[in-house]
Write a protein that binds this ligand. Structure first.
Ligand code: IPM
Ligand code: MN
Length: 337
């Protein structure tokens, strides 16, 4: 039997406990992981003034996968300048390991606005405004200028769009919806639109649709059933995935895979939620987003049987997730294996 080498960054707040829950569930499925803990995040930064250095990054690259819990200081703790950890850890890994897809599946739990809906967001994860193009001029003066560009390469857009079509072609509802703002963002929007049209020719069974991003915000709330795979750029994908999490039952359920499908760097799996310091250590954290992220890791590792089983079980457990507490959710998941 294969043993996978997994780097574990538990991080801050509830991060370590939800990650431990996910590991326990994977072990119960009979998949063998050889884990190595990495002490990174707000606590480490405050203690050692250290976010992520090159040797650690290179070491992370060599693993079969990386699991991340959550990083960030408690709300109101102003000792770490905003963005330090996001850019220094999460975004650094996305760029350095070329995690060019951010895949976020959603399933509307009972009682949510999108109850029963099943769709996923395929977000480009290394370009757009996140690439950091821009600068300031005459900083701090009355004449100051700030520019913030959006990088969209054919290479980056095409590999993202291809991934979206591949995903869509294996789903029950074979449909890709491009979300953009082509009426205003004419250069980037035109590139995205042309690439979608071109790639779609290779997937005659996949229906293609387009929504402006503002309209998509309405549809996600009022007609979420119209989506199967949404493909979009980095910033729209970031914003839409929080909305999607909210309409499908809450961000506490939302899982995320930062993928390098070309496998030139280890892919990273993390719940979308934050560190929730207020409930850390109380056994109240809902581990289902971390467990779903582990499910995406199993899929990426090629453990399809375990992934399919876990995906089904997580769906069954979802409505209870937010009220049961961490231990009860783990047990409820394991009981269903
Ligand atoms: C996410 C987060 C990150 C992002 C932040 C923490 C930089 O919001 O993964 O959705 O904007 O991508
Ligand atoms: Mn986000």
């Amino acid at each position: 039997m294969v043993t996978y080498r997994v780097a574990v960054i538990g991080g801050d707040g509830i991060g370590p406990e939800v990650t431990a829950a996910a590991l326990e569930v994977v072990e119960a499925l009979g998949v063998k992981l050889d884990t190595t803990d990495f002490d990174l995040g707000a606590a480490r930064y405050l203690r050692d003034g250290f976010v992520l250095d090159e040797p650690t990054l290179e070491s992370l690259r060599t693993f079969d996968a990386i699991m991340l819990g959550a990083i960030g200081p408690a709300i109101g703790d102003t000792r770490i300048p905003g963005g330090t950890l996001e850019r220094g850890l999460l975004l650094k890994m996305r760029f350095a390991l070329d995690l060019y897809i951010n895949y976020r599946p959603f399933f509307g739990v009972a009682g949510s606005l999108a109850q029963g809906c099943d769709f996923a967001i395929v977000r480009e994860n290394t370009e757009g405004p996140y690439a950091g193009e821009g600068g300031t001029l005459r900083y701090g003066t009355v004449n100051e200028v700030a520019t913030q560009g959006s990088v969209n390469t054919r290479f980056g857009v095409e590999r993202c769009v291809r991934y979206a079509f591949e995903r869509a072609s294996t789903r029950e509802v074979k449909k890709v919806t491009l979300v953009h703002k082509t009426n205003v963002l004419t250069y980037a929007g035109d590139l995205w639109n042309r690439v979608v049209q071109e790639v779609s020719v290779e997937y005659p069974n996949v229906e293609v649709d387009y929504n402006h991003v503002d309209a998509a915000c309405i549809y996600l709330v009022e007609q979420p059933e119209r989506y199967s795979i949404i493909v979009t750029d980095n910033l729209f994908g970031d914003i839409l995935s929080d909305l999607a999490g909210s309409v499908t039952g809450g961000i506490g359920y939302a899982a995320s895979a930062n993928l390098n499908p070309a496998r030139t760097g280890a892919s990273l799996f993390e719940p979308v939620h934050g560190a929730a310091h207020d409930i850390a250590g109380l056994g109240q954290a809902n581990p289902l987003a971390a467990i779903s992220s582990a499910m995406l890791m199993l899929e990426h590792l090629g453990e399809f049987e375990a992934a399919t089983k876990l995906s089904q079980v997580v769906r069954d457990c979802k409505p209870e997730g937010s009220v049961l507490g961490t231990r009860a959710v783990i047990d409820a998941v394991k009981e269903r294996f």
